[in-house]
Design a protein around this ligand. Sequence first.
Ligand SMILES: Nc1ncnc2c1ncn2[C@@H]1O[C@H](COP(=O)(O)OP(=O)(O)O)[C@@H](O)[C@H]1O
Ligand SMILES: [Mg+2]
Length: 263
Amino acid sequence: MKLAIRNLDILFGTRHTVQMEELDVDAGEIVGLVGESGSGKSMTASAVLGLAQRVGATVRGSITLDGMELVGASDAVLRTVRGRRIAMIFQSPSGAFNPVMRVGDVFARTLKLHGVASRSDARARAERALTEVLLPTTALDRYPHQLSGGQLQRVAIALALALDAEVLLADEPTSALDVTVQAEVLELMTTLRTRGLAVLLITHDLGVVAEVADRVAVMQAGRIVEVGPTAAVLSTPTSEYTRILLASVPKMKSALGGGSSGA
Ligand SMILES: Nc1ncnc2c1ncn2[C@@H]1O[C@H](COP(=O)(O)OP(=O)(O)O)[C@@H](O)[C@H]1O
Ligand SMILES: [Mg+2]
């Protein structure tokens, strides 16, 4: 298993924010993690990245990357994992980029930092990755503010490809984008799947999950209340909470037969 979470317990003081028994993401798989705002999705991602402690949380349990334990790992280990073996994209792409660095410099710096490529090789690698996400290589000469939100998400995905990342954590990657651009970014998630990445797609939007996720885990108040193949969870949800979530998505409701979600 590429990413395996077991008995994850994230606390703020004595308050349990996340209590997750089990969640796996395999290579070449997109797993959707859904739930309403505040259910603990982003804190779960923070724990995977070894960043939850930085905001004052206590993390217990096990999170393994290819069998390597990340909970309690040293800063040195986590630095080699974060942004390299585990890439991430967030809701606000502009916030993820240094405004005074050209995109090409971001690639050069990141690839060099992680020992993936020298400065001269970085350019070629970056150009290949940008082509894969259907951006012109001239994007390398642009500053973040010269690109749209959708283009910046493409750049972030290209960076994951250029780094040969194994896992992608995508936290609400399409929430700030308009619908047509959303679809294009989701399409790229499937490219990552083809490339063998393990993708954890975090969203409050079941419509997003329905588009691309192979499996879906539904979170409520820090716990997974339902997990299974996407088609099965969406067509025949077993938890009442999933039914409520489904009923709140208009297009899902129609897919289920006009809102007979209580049946
Ligand atoms: N820095 C913090 N201090 C205390 N509680 C926090 C902090 N960050 C998040 N939380 C709590 O963790 C819970 C889960 O938050 P989060 O993972 O961001 O939810 P989601 O991403 O599902 O919207 C929230 O209810 C919030 O109160
Ligand atoms: Mg969140």
